[in-house]
Design a protein around this ligand. Structure first.
Ligand SMILES: [Ca+2]
Ligand SMILES: [Ca+2]
Ligand SMILES: [Ca+2]
Length: 270
């Protein structure tokens, strides 16, 4: 590849990734807090990893209700996109019922938050409120088909650090067509141990990043459940659902092929 082509590629990758991610990333801030954390510009795991920029600053505050009034991270309306909250139909059923409405929000305890939790979207959360043993589900419908990174953060910030705060959650991810209740027992999952005390986002400890392929007409389904000796209550502090610009990347490589061919043609001319 020529130096010019390399520069063109770098610029295009930067531009296309930035433009695509910025305009179609969905950021959900669970919990009822309006003082801090649910406002605009808060840093999530996708920002921490450098894949989202300061321009991706619009979060959707989510309490305990389903909603179809959502915006993307650049503030543009997420027309046709909706969020459905649900709860496990029994302690060990591994099925999310989407007509469940018994949820609650929790603000953090009055001290001891780690630095990355302070004044941030991960400080508060939404959880199930009818049993201490059921998972909670989050279903997003209306997103464009393609590849997504799903960032999930779940931690019990209501209890102070120490033995009670190192709560471990399992986050399940999958897809679904139609509106039926969802069996998530076959979904892929990530475990968040929440034991790191460095005060920073740490992937695999206090947040997960999972690659999900969404087909045409499919909904993204996420479930969370507290781990322990027995099943525990599910909750979520924040989610970022970020498209990976795969078609754009393919277009870039096609263009580079044209550039390389043109450079070769020029070199061969007398
Ligand atoms: Ca939150
Ligand atoms: Ca619902
Ligand atoms: Ca359960």
């Amino acid at each position: 590849m020529t130096q010019t082509a390399k520069i063109v590629a770098a610029v295009l990758v930067t531009f296309v990734w930035g433009a695509t991610a910025e305009c179609a990333t969905l950021m959900l801030d669970f919990g009822g807090s309006t003082t801090t954390g649910s406002g605009q510009g808060a840093v999530g795991p996708g920002h921490f990893e450098g894949l989202l920029t300061a321009a991706d600053d619009v979060w959707n505050p989510i309490g305990t209700s389903d909603t179809s009034s959502l915006v993307f991270s650049n503030g543009s309306p997420a027309t046709g996109v909706s969020l459905d909250l649900g709860g496990e139909t029994g302690t060990t059923t591994d099925v999310i019922g989407w007509s469940e409405t018994r949820f609650a929000t929790r603000n953090p305890g009055d001290g001891g938050l780690l630095d990355y939790q302070k004044n941030n979207v991960v400080r508060d959360y939404t959880r199930t409120n009818y049993s201490s043993t059921v998972a909670m589900g989050y279903r997003v419908t209306g997103l464009s088909p393609g590849l997504y990174y799903v960032y999930a953060a779940a931690d019990d910030t209501y209890h102070l650090p120490g033995a009670g705060n190192n709560t471990s959650f399992e986050v399940f991810l999958g897809t679904q067509t139609g509106g039926a209740d969802t069996d998530y027992s076959g979904f892929i999952s990530d475990v968040l141990e929440n034991v790191d005390a460095s005060g920073s986002y740490v992937r695999g400890d206090n947040y997960s990043r999972t690659l999900v392929k969404l087909g045409a007409g499919e909904s993204l389904v996420i479930a969370s459940e507290r781990r322990g000796p027995s099943d525990g209550r599910g909750q979520m502090n924040a989610l970022q659902i970020m498209p990976i610009p795969e078609p754009a990347a393919l277009a870039i490589w096609s263009l580079l092929g044209v550039l390389a061919a043109a450079a070769g043609w020029r070199r061969r001319r007398p």
